[in-house]
Design a protein around this ligand. Structure first.
Ligand code: SF4
Length: 220
């Protein structure tokens, strides 16, 4: 059975959702692999029956907190989509000032008192400050290839979270190239950072950084 996916937005510019809508020819592949049951930006239909929820945007209001908790209760896998969702993004800039001052700056003398649409939390929050996030797709906006990667990954696989991913180690076993005065050892790290990019951007694991890497490291 195809996994059911839903896309939800909170405080954001909707640029990350647009990356999904902009999948162009790959959209056919997407529809082939998953059932999209909710995606406000591109469809009217909505269902609360989904396996994977992609969440764009940060949490700004008490009503947002309630809504994300409800989505979390329905989703087997919850993915934070883009900088706003992963970290709070630019929306967190407002955390430097008292919420009343910010509201005054934005809405002037408009009568917003008591209107829950304008009832802001004291500080903007990333998604994982309210509910558990299983995967993070970072970027502003995210790249559509990252989204496709996750969709393909979940197809036919039992959902699992980052912590369950394990890598086997296979030594490259490359002989050092001694043909020039500067010897190239293909087993050593040259800080190309491709492993970091793959771990963070493609897999969303965030386990590998460049700390301790370099010519003392062996590539496995
Ligand atoms: Fe827009 Fe960037 Fe936020 Fe995505 S992460 S919704 S592109 S501001």
């Amino acid at each position: 059975m195809k996994p059911k996916i839903a896309v939800f937005d909170f405080a954001s510019c909707e640029g990350c959702e647009l990356q999904i809508a902009n999948l162009e020819e790959e959209i056919l592949e997407l529809i082939d692999r998953v059932d999209v049951v909710s995606f406000r930006e591109v469809m009217k239909e909505h269902s609360d029956d989904y396996d994977i929820a992609f969440i764009e945007g940060s949490i700004e209001r008490p009503m947002d907190e309630e809504r994300i908790k409800y989505i979390r209760s329905k989703a087997k896998i919850l993915i934070a989509l883009g900088a706003c969702a992963c970290t709070g993004g630019v929306n967190k800039l407002r955390n430097k000032w008292p919420v009343k001052e910010v509201a005054k700056e934005v809405y002037g003398n408009a009568d917003i008192e008591g209107n829950q649409l304008f009832d802001a939390l004291p500080r903007a929050k990333a998604i994982d400050e309210v509910v558990k996030v299983d995967f993070y797709i970072r970027g502003c906006p995210v790249r559509k290839e990252q989204i496709l990667y996750y969709i393909k990954r979940f197809e036919g696989m039992p959902p699992h979270t980052n912590l369950d991913i394990r890598f086997g180690i296979n030594s490259r076993g490359m002989e050092p190239d001694t043909r020039t005065p500067i010897q190239y050892d293909g087993n050593k790290c040259i800080l190309c950072r491709r492993c970091v990019a793959t771990c963070n951007d493609a897999l969303g694991v965030h386990a590998i950084g460049i700390s301790e890497k370099g010519n003392e490291s062996i590539i496995a």
